[in-house]
Design a binder for this molecule. Structure first.
Ligand code: HEM
Length: 466
């Protein structure tokens, strides 16, 4: 017979897990003790189907649990607008699994995890610096044309050397995107001679971002002090730690020259992020967070964010496009009909190329590269979708669920076109960069890269499956 005390303990655990800890949160799937809802996410990798299924059952606002951590998900555009956009200040803080990040990054934070005045200052500085470095202007486009030109030369060379058109375009696109971010951060280009060094770093970035999506790492993130030293989990903790510090050492090495030389030629504008930051470091005497520890963390954030998401969007987009030869044909015809014989398609050509522009929108919608967003934390008590939510609650804006438009598996650029297909229309639900005050800081750069790379690639080559 089971002793009454054991029955009581069992009852208390169940009561706590299934009722007490969930009593002030919106409804959602039943969490297992300790593991939460990780099983459903693990069984539906990378998680889209689990989120959509929960939205269908519980509505657009629901709670799911990563380990013992509850996340209040917002999974439709209207609720995101009412909250993140119309009441932005209440959702401005991050819940970046702080205990985990403190362990992983040794107490340093980057732009994705800063809060308060430090975040306001550093985000303002980053936006200003990107603009000074040419974001949204011809200067940035010129930088991108140089990289595109290098990419096409390298592709042509490979075709010549191998005598075959059968090639994998992925490494060329990866290097092109990476070289753009290296040039902005460090004024450094990945030339042919430097490519093999970059390829080694690239595998570390992929390993790091891949590990973040793994259920074991999610469990550690939720309760690092409980899991990080347990057998099995310890391996994952060590792997992610090692990958992070390799990237950190790499950006430190890349930044070293600019840190040594930033005082030279003070009359000219900074040509890279590190120089701009170091000059600000002198001007503010390190106040407002302009210190070397923060610089390293900010660079690692840009280094990861500036490569992985953009490369994945373009690569997934190209894969989807290759199943749509008619779309490719229509896009290429539009470019042939509307453009002259300039070497490259530019950002100003977008106005003449509504179909091609709509293809890049649809490509980002389909690629849907972030199943989970970076979590926020409420700064005060709020009401979301009719549920009272306390200050300090973790919020997960699930834009991946919003990007599942009706008939979502159909690659259909006309979703973003007027009925006569002569102009691009704004569709609020297209939010691959999320929304509100913490929306992606590199959105303009990423959109420019995606348009320039995709349009120019298909203008120069017929990309298809072999
Ligand atoms: C297709 C490419 C990209 C996608 C889909 C993407 C998506 C996102 C998303 C969803 C967020 C979180 C927003 C939120 O909290 O709600 C974010 C944040 C961020 N992204 Fe991107 N991103 C991309 C490219 C870039 C690039 C190229 C950069 C910079 C070089 C960048 C820098 C950042 C930074 C610094 C943040 C943190 C902003 C903050 O917390 O204030 N991203 N991105």
């Amino acid at each position: 017979m089971i002793p009454a005390s054991l029955l009581l303990i069992g009852f208390l655990i169940l009561f706590y897990n299934y009722f007490w800890k969930r009593r002030e949160l919106p409804p959602g799937p039943l969490p297992l003790p300790i593991f939460g809802n990780i099983r459903e996410i693990k069984n539906n990798p990378p998680g889209y189907d689990a989120y959509r299924n929960w939205r269908d059952i519980y509505g657009p606002v629901f709670t799911y649990w990563i380990g013992e951590k509850p996340l209040v998900a917002i999974a439709d555009y209207n609720t995101m607008k009412e909250t993140l956009i119309d009441d932005g200040d209440s959702y401005i803080n991050r819940d970046f699994f702080n205990d985990f990040m403190i362990i992983l990054r040794n107490n340093t934070f980057g732009l994705t995890s800063f809060e308060g005045e430090e975040w306001v200052e550093q985000r303002k500085f980053a936006i200003k610096t990107f603009h000074r470095l040419g974001m949204g202007k011809n200067v940035m486009q010129e930088k991108m044309f140089i990289e595109l030109s290098r990419m096409f030369e390298d592709m042509d060379e490979e075709i010549k050397v191998t005598g075959s058109n059968d090639m994998n375009v992925a490494p060329f696109i990866e290097t092109c995107v990476a070289s753009i971010i290296y040039s902005i951060l460090f004024d450094y280009q990945i030339t042919r001679e430097r490519k093999s060094d970059y390829m080694k770093m690239k595998t570390i970035v992929y390993e790091y971002t891949g590990l973040f999506g793994h259920w074991a790492v999610q469990m550690i993130m939720a309760k690092p002090y409980l899991f990080k030293d347990l057998p099995f989990f310890k391996d994952y903790m060590q792997k992610i730690h090692k990958a992070y510090w390799k990237m950190s050492e790499h950006v430190e090495m890349m930044a070293a020259d600019a840190i040594k030389n930033y005082k030279m030629d003070m009359d000219s504008e900074a040509n890279d992020y590190v120089t701009a930051f170091m000059r600000q470091h002198d001007a503010t005497e390190e106040k407002k967070g302009y210190n070397l520890g923060n610089l390293n963390s900010i660079l690692v954030d840009f280094y990861i964010a500036g490569q992985d998401t953009t490369i994945n969007s373009i690569m997934w987009g190209i894969i989807y496009l290759m199943y749509e030869p008619e779309v490719i044909g229509k896009m290429q015809k539009e470019m042939d009909d509307k453009l002259g014989d300039e070497e490259f398609v530019g950002i100003d050509d977008k106005i003449k190329l509504p179909y091609t522009t709509a293809v890049t929108h649809e490509l980002q919608r389909m690629a849907n590269v972030m199943p989970q967003n970076i979590a926020r934390r409420t700064t005060k008590d709020v009401v979301i979708g009719g549920y009272k939510i306390k200050e300090g609650t973790t919020i997960m804006p699930l834009m991946s669920a919003v990007l599942f438009f009706p008939d979502h598996l159909k690659f259909d650029p006309t979703r973003f076109l007027s009925p006569d297909e002569k102009s691009v229309i704004k569709v609020d639900e297209l939010i691959p960069f999320s929304c509100g005050r913490r929306m992606c800081l590199g959105a303009e750069m990423a959109k420019m890269e995606i348009f320039l790379i995709v349009a120019n690639l298909f203008r120069h080559y017929d990309v298809c499956f072999f």
